[in-house]
Design a protein. Structure first.
Length: 197
């Protein structure tokens, strides 16, 4: 018995729905703006860019300027960000594992739930950085500026803070005041960090 016109219409509709579903699945979908990624790769400058979920592993982004960018969930595993400007960026849930951020500026950056596993932040400026539930293990903060950084909820397994400035940093036991000479010194540090923004 041949199919009725209604059955043929249903079969045709199902075939079209299947083709549409396959097309949607195979078409690339990005959380980040591909134009922003291209700008970063060509110019090393991308202010207020949307690079959420971008795969930036093993890249040399030294001296890149990403101020104010949304880098949530971005993967910077083993990337070089030495001297990069990441001030006021959203780095929530980013992977900075084994990344080099020597001398990078991360002032007022949100690093909540970010992995800093074996990251090198030697000489970096993290003034006022938010590190709620940030995973810190084998991380180097040698000579880093961490004044006013919020580390009270950070998951610090092991880190090297040799020579780091921690005046006013929020730690799990309260505000860090060890080796702070005076209120004037803290204000001087704040002033120099503001000029780097």
């Amino acid at each position: 018995m041949p199919p009725t016109s209604q059955q043929r219409l249903q079969q045709r509709f199902l075939r079209l729905a299947l083709v549409a579903a396959v097309t949607l699945v195979t078409k690339p979908s990005y959380a980040f703006d591909p134009a922003d990624l291209q700008t970063l790769m060509q110019t090393r400058q991308c202010l207020n860019c949307d690079l959420r979920d971008a795969d930036l592993r093993h890249l040399d982004l030294s001296e890149a300027d990403l101020q104010g960018s949304n880098l949530e969930n971005a993967n910077f595993f083993r990337s070089r960000l030495d001297g990069a400007n990441l001030a006021r960026t959203n780095l929530k849930r980013a992977n900075l594992g084994e990344a080099s951020l020597q001398g990078a500026v991360l002032n007022i950056a949100d690093l909540s739930r970010t992995s800093l596993l074996r990251a090198d932040l030697t000489g970096a400026s993290l003034y006022g950085a938010i590190m709620d539930y940030t995973y810190i293990e084998g991380t180097l903060f040698i000579d880093a500026l961490l004044s006013r950084a919020r580390l009270s909820r950070a998951r610090i397994v092991s880190a090297d803070f040799t020579g780091a400035t921690l005046c006013g940093a929020e730690m799990s036991y309260g505000e860090y005041r060890r080796d702070c000479r005076s209120v004037e010194e803290l204000e001087a540090v704040e002033g120099s960090a503001d000029s780097e923004l």
